[in-house]
Design a protein around this ligand. Structure first.
Ligand code: GLN
Length: 214
């Protein structure tokens, strides 16, 4: 059975995530209402504007249903603004939205001169081919808690991708560069969540993921 993965479609760059999920063989489901979360095994929170997303998540009653989905063990993947939405702490003291990730993020951390840029990143979890990462008014991860794995850093050492159990987040937009390995990872985790015991147990099949490469 195809794995159904929700893409929060309130605002921002959700269409590209829909396409990336389709490309890895998952069935994307655009999420605008809580009831739509009942039938998915994972969720992607896209980039966009986190202040707007915060308002819309509250307005449409999506906060608790998303927290419940994450608590069930389903994977949640946030990119850029989506990562800010998932952070437990935000520099400057903004209230967290869905504090599922024990990190501190700083919004718009690269300032005006470096508003947008692209970089080749080493992400060992995804294999040896570097990830082409697009950063757009991107946040940076300033602090990671003890249960958080760092998946990628910029050449200067700043942390830009993390995983804490079933929650994955990137400062950048893999979906804008045709990079689908994060989506494949999330689809693999979602399939494991839907049918535990198939394959290698609770851990996703990362060896297979690495062999398949890009
Ligand atoms: N700067 C945006 C914010 O703080 C994030 C930008 C993005 O998602 N590309 O919400």
């Amino acid at each position: 059975m195809t794995t159904r993965i929700g893409v929060l479609a309130l605002q921002g760059a959700f269409a590209e995530h829909v396409a990336a999920l389709r490309a890895v063989g998952a069935e994307p489901v655009e999420i605008r209402l809580p009831v739509q979360l009942e039938d998915v095994d994972g969720l992607v929170i896209p980039g966009g504007e986190s202040t707007t997303m915060r308002r819309l998540i509250a307005r449409w009653g999506l906060r608790q249903p998303i927290l419940d989905l994450a608590a069930s063990g389903a994977p949640v993947f946030g990119t850029c603004a989506g990562m800010i939405v998932l952070a437990r702490d935000i520099v400057g003291g903004e209230e967290p939205v869905l504090p599922l990730l024990d990190v501190t993020v700083e919004r718009n951390a690269f300032g005006r001169q470096l508003d947008s840029f692209e970089a080749e990143l080493d992400v060992p979890l995804l294999g040896s081919t570097p990830v082409h990462a697009v950063f757009i008014r991107a946040p940076i991860i300033e602090r990671v808690g003890p249960d958080v794995d760092v998946l990628a850093r910029l050449p200067g050492g700043r942390i830009v991708a993390v995983r804490q159990g079933n929650v994955v987040a990137t400062s950048f937009h893999p979906e804008l560069a045709g990079e689908t390995r994060f989506h494949r990872l999330v689809a693999t985790m979602a399939a494991e969540h839907a049918e535990p015991g198939e394959g290698s147990g609770r851990e996703p099949d990362l060896a297979g993921l690495q062999q398949r490469g890009r």
